[in-house]
Design a protein around this ligand. Structure first.
Ligand code: KIV
Length: 271
C-alpha cells in the first residue's frame, strides 16, 4: 500500500518517506473548518493555511496586510476540521522578518494558539538563522522560494522567477541554506520546471511546486482557485478541477427566484 494511504496521521516523516519512495505529495490550502473537513476527508496529505487567505478570504490585493492574529484564527478553524492531514500555517508578513527572536515568538504563538503542526515562511539565506531557531524549539518549518508574494513590492510583478542564471544559482544556494537550517520541506513557486527538477534532485527534503513543473516531490494549489470559486485569477499553472463559481451562481439565482415566486418553502418544508 502507498505510504500516503497507510498514514493514519501525516507527519513530516511521512513526507520524507514519500520523497524517498518517489511517491508524490499532495497539498492544498484551506482557511475554514467546513472546507478543511472536506479536503481532509478526501485524502490530501498536507493542508496549508496560506496567507493567501488575505486574497481569497479577505479580498486584499496582496498577502501583506494579513496579521498573525488573523492567521491563528484561520488555522484554529482548519485544525478543528482535520483528522489526518499535516496542517502547515503560513507565518504572515512582519511576523518573522525582524530578527530570529521575533520569528520564534511568532511561531510559538501559531503552534500554541492554533494547534497547527508546522509553520511556513518565505525567504532564503536571510531567514536561515530564524529557521534554525524555530526548528531548535521543536517546530517544523517549511520554506518558500521563487515567487515570494510577501515581497511583491520589492519585485513589482508576479512573473516567473529565477529565469536568469544568477537568480537560479541564488535559488539553489538559498534552498541548500534553508535545508541545512532544518526545513523539512520547501515550496517552489513559479520557477522554471528545469530548475525545480534540478534543485529537487539535489535536496534530500521534499519540494512542493506551484507553477514549478512536474518534477517537484509534490504539488500545491490554492483551493479556491482549483475549485473555480475565484474567477479573476488564471495563471498558466492553474488547473481548475471544478466550477463551483457557476454552481453557486446557479443555486443562489434559483433560491432568489423560488423565494420571490413563493415556491420556497413548500408544505413539506414547513412546520
Ligand atoms: O499562501 C499560499 O497559498 C501559498 C501557496 C501559494 C503555496 O503560499
Amino acid at each position: 500500500m502507498a505510504i500516503s494511504n497507510r498514514a493514519k496521521k501525516v507527519t513530516t516523516h511521512t513526507l520524507q518517506e514519500m520523497k524517498q519512495a518517489g511517491e508524490k505529495i499532495t497539498m492544498l490550502t484551506s482557511y475554514d473548518y467546513s472546507l478543511a473537513r472536506l479536503v481532509d476527508a478526501a485524502g490530501i496529505d498536507v493542508i496549508l493555511v496560506g496567507d493567501s487567505a488575505s486574497n481569497v478570504m479577505a479580498g486584499n490585493e496582496t498577502t501583506v496586510p494579513i496579521t498573525l492574529d488573523h492567521m491563528i484564527y484561520h488555522a484554529q478553524c482548519v485544525v478543528n476540521g482535520v483528522d489526518r492531514a499535516l496542517v502547515v500555517v503560513d507565518m504572515p508578513f512582519g511576523s518573522y522578518q525582524g530578527d530570529s527572536k521575533t520569528a520564534l515568538d511568532s511561531a510559538i504563538r501559531i503552534m500554541k494558539e492554533s494547534g497547527g503542526h508546522a509553520v511556513k515562511l518565505e525567504g532564503g539565506e536571510e531567514v536561515a538563522e530564524s529557521i534554525e531557531r524555530i526548528v531548535g524549539a521543536g517546530i517544523p518549518v517549511q520554506g518558500h522560494l521563487g515567487l515570494t508574494p510577501q515581497s511583491i513590492y520589492k519585485f513589482g510583478t508576479y512573473t516567473v522567477r529565477a529565469k536568469e542564471e544568477a537568480e537560479a544559482a541564488q535559488l539553489l544556494k538559498d534552498a541548500k541554506a534553508i535545508e541545512a537550517a532544518g526545513c523539512f520541506s520547501i515550496v517552489f513557486e513559479k520557477i522554471p520546471a528545469d530548475l525545480a527538477a534540478k534543485v529537487s534532485a539535489e535536496l534530500s527534503i521534499p519540494t512542493i511546486g506551484i507553477g514549478a513543473g512536474p518534477d517537484c516531490d509534490g504539488q500545491v494549489l490554492v483551493l479556491h482557485d482549483m475549485l473555480g470559486i475565484t474567477k479573476d485569477f488564471s495563471p498558466r499553472f492553474l488547473r481548475r478541477y471544478a466550477d463551483l463559481g457557476e454552481s453557486i451562481d446557479g443555486a443562489v439565482k434559483q433560491y432568489i427566484s423560488d423565494v420571490q415566486s413563493g415556491e420556497f418553502p413548500n408544505a413539506d418544508e414547513s412546520y
